[in-house]
Design a protein around this ligand. Sequence first.
Ligand code: SF4
Ligand code: SF4
Length: 435
Amino acid sequence: MKFHSFRGGVHPPHAKNTENCATIPLGVPSKVVIPMVQHIGAPCRPLVKKGDTVKVGQVIGDTDAYVSAPVHSSVSGTVTAVEDRIITGSRPVTCVEIVPDGLQEVSGDVAPPVVETREDFLKAVRASGLTGLGGAGFPAHVKLNPPKEANVDTLIINAAECEPYITSDCRECIENTDYIIKGIRHVLKWTGIPRAFIGIEDNKPEAIKILEDAVKPYSDITVCVVKTIYPQGAEKMLIRTLTGREVAPGKLPADAGCIVMNVGSVSFLGRYMENGMPLIKKRITVDGESVKTPTNVEVLIGTPIQEVFDFCGGFSEEPAKLIMGGPMMGVALYSLDIPVLKHTNALLAFSKEQVKLTEETSCIRCGRCVEVCPMGLLPFELDRLIRAKSYEDAQKNNLMDCMECGSCVFACPAKRLIVQSIRLGKDALRRASAK
Ligand code: SF4
Ligand code: SF4
């Protein structure tokens, strides 16, 4: 199969320290905190109140909005709070706090879905609470239901995992290969898409071998081993690499005839179609020089990250920076009381020594950020305009096309905090348009 290339990109150290660490279940934490919005789209309305008892897999939040996904309890126990809290952004979100009873009694509503039509399938996907597990959190039932005129002919399974440190998708490929194949078969069958490509970077030889063996009986599934270059796993880049098609600014993968799903998402679907257990747990990579025992952990959604780090032996030294996600695109955390969310794929704790490397100095106009930007933007100029609060000028310079991949920051000798600036600029524009 012929692959294409995309412009720009960088080569950060892989640091896939945990690629051989089999996933260990963390078990039931002391409490879970489950936000009513863990996805792109409308927030859910809590369906429980303080004092209620809940069971595993019970729906505790939902909405009539189409672009949304229900949230489920990951434990059995008692609701101890329903209140607004700050999680990862600056705005409070409504959260349900549950103290587990340790019994993990499963809700009577949990049963394998009965699927006889495409509509049944989409309904089941929505009921599962699945949102993109690769980081963006887009509701899966919306993604799998593109407009008819889109003419989607390719399902792309994203197993590229191009961010340094993260190995949770790699472990998914090794540990849950059968469910990945089952999930792909369900999606192809019920959406009518004729072929699937599994995109995986060439730095994962064990996972590649296992996947290649697993797809042998299926002529409509191809494992595509692609070059390791960041951000190969970004939707638009992977589509370009595997099909040669471009997703125009402001357009969706479906406009280029593709649907892209994270490998963990299809694996979850493969299992969900068998047992009906909604999305209540997540595999995450825990790493960074401050973590005593880096590994991959299976965590119930809502588990405080403090308990995840404790499970990994705690910190060898006080971390100077905590990140949810990868070092390139992740979100900095300011508290250990933040819960694991549906789309959390990694928790990283970096030492003072590592963080020192990222202290910024003045821009020297070297242009390296421009060379590596896969979206063809002028990152240094966006940074300058946003710092000067010229948000509309930044918009005219295609600010909204930035996918926040961090390649510019990685390449910048002055370590300018360009992505931070870009996020501020986007937020300012969104707030202005909401007025
Ligand atoms: S400007 Fe945006 S898209 Fe371009 S390299 Fe920087 S973060 Fe990535
Ligand atoms: S790479 Fe950094 S120093 Fe060079 S032009 Fe871009 S922002 Fe300025």
